[in-house]
Design a binder for this molecule. Sequence first.
Ligand code: HEM
Length: 209
Amino acid sequence: MTGKQPDVACMVRGRPRIARRGCQTRMKPHDEQTSPDPQLEGAPSRMAVAGHPLHPMTVTFPIAFLLAALPADLAFLLLDDAFWARVSLWLLGVGTFSGIAAGLIGTVELLWVQGIRRRITSWSHFVLAVMLLSVAFANWMLRLPDPVVAIYPWGVYLSALGALLTALAGWLGGKLVFHHQIGIWDENELDPKTPGQPPPTAPVRLRKH
Ligand code: HEM
């Protein structure tokens, strides 16, 4: 490969351009390409074990349990079998408390890492998550005295609302990771010692094939 061939990707007026070796402009995250504020670039996670963020690991449990409560309620309504009412009660209890644990980890992250707390998406995700956990907790409490009687109509409505809120909160959480590069540890792009702070400028190399 000769020195004249382009091998470095640069951002020129917010658009990716192939430029010659020596361009020093950093490639910015997808939807922040026009942001003039370097604080709004990606931020690595602080609540992590060996670089693996804890919040994404723990949210899988509330997502699975709280989404499954709605089909369990519907199974009870269709089959009229009290087994499904008890399944739903347990799904809501375990989903709520695992969600509170995951939410506490996320909240520490939100308050600790400047690059996360400066984003509106982070706060929207937080508000939706708190709404979700409140609805799930109320749904669980409603059923504690008698899981069968509580299912219709309020139990099933709250389970449907909880499923919707889980989807919305999960969507915004995914947006934080996949669009805003939150919790992504890329040593070429981010310095894990200073979350929220971009490292010294480093050009992005293109693969040669
Ligand atoms: C209650 C307070 C919460 C806060 C402050 C919070 C904050 C965050 C933050 C900062 C991230 C970016 C990744 C990271 O830094 O680890 C994230 C991702 C995410 N959050 Fe939350 N979160 C909360 C609760 C929840 C709950 C209850 C759920 C779901 C039931 C949830 C679902 C997700 C998902 C799905 C992701 C994307 C994970 C990935 O794709 O890797 N979050 N959240």
